[in-house]
Ligand binder design. Structure first.
Ligand code: DX5
Ligand code: ZN
Length: 219
């Protein structure tokens, strides 16, 4: 079963508890939480206190995506706030292996994210230490952007390599996923799809979530 992780970046923050409950009722597998620092990406969102509050309202795992420079500075804090999966960007940390070990030492899942133009080659010596690869299919920073086509090929190559050599690693893909391309992306080999605007811009977010689950797992 391909899973989905609705991204609350596009949610109504005044109504966040209710919207989280609705996507959970619709079958969401994770809540995807986009943390941006206005430095690594040209946008700002929120930090640990908000993640902590979300955790209290959330009965499914929190998938925290750190789009921040030098994420090693805040690993402990985000884990204490309630992250179940903590994903950092390859491009944002100098000592990737050390930062991954820091996450793993706390007993949660560690992910590495790659920007669209970053080659899969950079993962070669870290696959054995990670639980998840998050492929960005837009340039990180904003919801509502268009899926970058070249990432389809990247996803296919990653799927092949992981199946052959590192079957413990999950593949997540993030950015520009809509109801009309989700099935194709799932079929190319993603395990988890992050979906922001194409869920939260609808009035009935529960049924929109259900539709995604149906479409991606329909043979
Ligand atoms: C973008 C974020 C995404 C974003 C996806 O930097 O990492 O998680 O919320 O939004 P959509 O699905 O609207 O492209
Ligand atoms: Zn994200």
């Amino acid at each position: 079963m391909v899973k989905i992780a609705p991204s609350i970046l596009s949610a109504d923050f005044l109504n966040l508890k209710n919207e989280i409950e609705e996507v959970i009722k619709g079958g969401a597998d994770y809540i995807h939480v986009d943390v941006m620092d206005g430095n690594y990406v040209p946008n700002l969102t929120f930090g640990m206190p908000v993640v902590k509050s979300i955790k209290k309202a959330c009965s499914i795992p929190l998938d925290v995506h750190l789009m921040i420079d030098k994420p090693e500075r805040y690993i402990d804090e985000f884990i204490d706030a309630g992250a179940d999966i903590l994903t950092i960007h390859y491009e944002a940390t100098t000592h990737l292996h050390r930062t991954i070990q820091l996450i793993k030492s706390k007993g949660i899942l560690a992910g590495v994210s790659l920007n669209p133009a970053t080659s899969l080659d950079v993962l070669e010596y870290i696959y054995e230490d990670i639980d998840l690869v998050l492929l960005m299919s837009v340039n990180p920073g904003f919801g509502g952007q268009t899926f970058i086509k070249a990432v389809e090929r990247k996803l296919k190559e990653l799927r092949k390599n992981i199946d052959n050599n590192y079957p413990h690693v999950l593949i997540e893909i993030d950015g520009g996923i809509k109801l009309d391309n989700a099935k194709n992306i799932a079929d190319l080999g993603a395990d988890i799809l992050v979906i922001g605007s194409d869920i939260f811009s609808y009035n009935d977010i529960r049924s929109r979530t259900e539709q995604f689950k149906l479409v991606i797992n329909n043979n």
